[in-house]
Design a protein around this ligand. Structure first.
Ligand SMILES: *[C@@H]1O[C@H](CO)[C@@H](O)[C@H](O)[C@H]1NC(C)=O
Ligand SMILES: *[C@@H]1O[C@H](CO)[C@@H](O)[C@H](O)[C@H]1NC(C)=O
Ligand SMILES: *[C@@H]1O[C@H](CO)[C@@H](O)[C@H](O)[C@H]1NC(C)=O
Length: 442
């Protein structure tokens, strides 16, 4: 002890490293403490657009930018109209909501039982209205109307009076036209056959029913042979035709979705899955059922909360297209002038066909009332999904642009395919026959 007291220099030399070490330790501890206690601002994983409806939140898996645009894009008619719609139904400004799922009939019916004759009210918003193609003009003149009389209904498609019809697992809603008898018949005989569909080997099947969505023959482009009597016959024989009283034109296809959702809510509210497609595609229905069972099937746990169930149930699958721009070629089928719509399209699932849940159909029906009609049906569906805070799911088996030319005749090439566009009625029958007996060596 005495030695140490005398020799302060040595003591200092001994202590110095210790002091430095302890400083270092304190520094390390402080920095660890800071690192541990700091947490970045927590973003909710599930973005919930509040107020939109009592349970829309289940359909909002993630934020997709702002729900409603604050900047008024006044130079384009659709953006202009939608701006006001979005503000009207802004869930924050109108926290109470203007609408709940329990009362869709009343809010809707009263507002929209209006005159559906051509309306000039938006014409002045389009500086180039007079030089637009006829179909665009027609669209602008009739876009205020989405209530059309039903000419043919199938009230018992999903549940007959004494329950003789069972609710199908999968309802296939196919957009067709009055004249496309051959396509419809080919579909009935092949992939759209109503009844129990066997699954793929080792998979589960399901009850499938097909309906065709029709408008009225478009007689504005010239005289047409009168096919009504034939359609009567077909409809009474197969009982799978839904028809509404609007001109069946390309820009009116969106009406088929909107009116179909209405129909569905009345006639087939409990169907689990819906396939929406065109009448010139081929679907491997058994593979589709297998996919649905695997990834979206009901688990038999009845204890699951309603909300959990909805999260699992709300989906739309197809060939997803992102960052698409409107076509600005006036001669193109998909032409959308700048005076009508500006900006990119939302993420959407391209034509041919998509599959979605019955639960989503109910949400789509509701939200579509707040989305102005748009002439391209796939894009419109994307717009509605966007407003539900959802995006479609891509599936590589949905081949909107077909297989490579060389593979089309090889049954083996269809192993992973769910849908191909496009196939004539004859090709449907041929392909169907070939795929009945899967070749052994693929
Ligand atoms: C919401 O509803 C409550 C009661 O119904 C009402 O008192 C309140 O003013 C409403 N708020 C808004 C923003 O409308
Ligand atoms: C859609 O159908 C309605 C009702 O038949 C018609 O007035 C309108 O011109 C059609 N729109 C287009 C773009 O063809
Ligand atoms: C549901 O919950 C009840 C009671 O909590 C339990 O007895 C039952 O086994 C559960 N059923 C399932 C399918 O998990």
């Amino acid at each position: 002890m005495a030695r140490c007291r005398c020799n302060g220099k040595i003591l200092c030399l001994c202590l110095l490293p210790c002091v430095m070490m302890s400083h270092l330790l304190v520094y390390i501890m402080v920095s660890i403490f800071v690192a541990v206690s700091y947490s970045p601002p927590q973003l909710p994983v599930h973005f919930i657009a509040p107020g939109a409806s009592s349970d829309t939140e289940a359909g909002a898996p993630h934020p997709l930018g702002s729900f409603w645009s604050l900047r008024l894009e006044d130079r384009a008619l659709w953006n202009h109209l939608q701006h006001f719609q979005d503000r009207e139904h802004n869930p924050i400004l109108r926290a109470n909501g203007t609408h709940t799922e329990s009362t869709p009939e009343t809010t809707r019916g009263e507002e929209e039982t209006k005159d559906c004759s051509p309306d000039q009210r938006w014409v002045s918003h389009l500086h180039d209205f007079n030089v637009l193609p006829e179909q665009m003009k027609d669209f602008v003149l009739s876009m205020h109307c989405r209530q059309y009389t039903m000419l043919r209904d199938q009230p018992n498609l999903c549940s007959g009076e004494d329950g003789e019809m069972e609710t199908p697992l999968l309802l296939m809603a196919i957009k067709s036209q009055v004249g496309h008898f051959e396509n419809r018949q080919a579909i009935r005989e092949t992939w759209g056959r109503s009844g129990w569909v066997k699954g793929i080997p080792g998979g589960r099947g399901g009850l499938v029913r097909t309906v065709f969505l029709l408008g009225r023959q478009d007689t504005s482009t010239g005289p047409h042979p009168d096919l009504r009597a034939l359609l009567d016959l077909e409809s009474s024989h197969y009982r799978d035709i839904l028809q509404w009283d609007f001109r069946d034109t390309f820009y009116n296809l969106t009406l088929k979705d909107v009116l179909f959702w209405d129909w569905l809510s009345k006639r087939c509210p409990h169907v689990q899955f819906i396939f929406k497609g065109d009448d010139d595609i081929f679907v491997r229905t058994d593979a589709l059922l297998d996919y649905l069972h695997k990834y979206h099937g009901h688990s038999l746990n009845h204890n699951r909360t309603l909300k959990d169930q909805q999260k699992k149930e709300l989906f739309l699958v197809g060939d997803v297209i992102t960052n698409a721009w409107p076509n600005r070629q006036p001669s193109a089928k998909y032409y959308i002038p700048e005076s009508f719509y500006r900006g990119v399209y939302p993420v959407y699932a391209g034509g041919g066909g998509v599959v979605y849940s019955g639960a989503l159909a109910r949400h789509l029906r509701q939200v579509s009332q707040w989305v102005s009609l748009f002439p391209i049906d796939d894009v419109y569906l994307g717009m509605c999904l966007h407003r539900l805070g959802m995006s479609p799911t891509h599936h590589p088996g949905f081949l909107t642009f077909d297989l490579p030319e060389a593979d089309r005749r090889k049954p083996c090439a269809y192993g992973t395919v769910i849908l191909v566009h496009k196939r004539s009625p004859k090709e449907m029958l041929l392909l169907w026959r070939e795929l009945q007996t899967p070749p052994a060596n693929c």
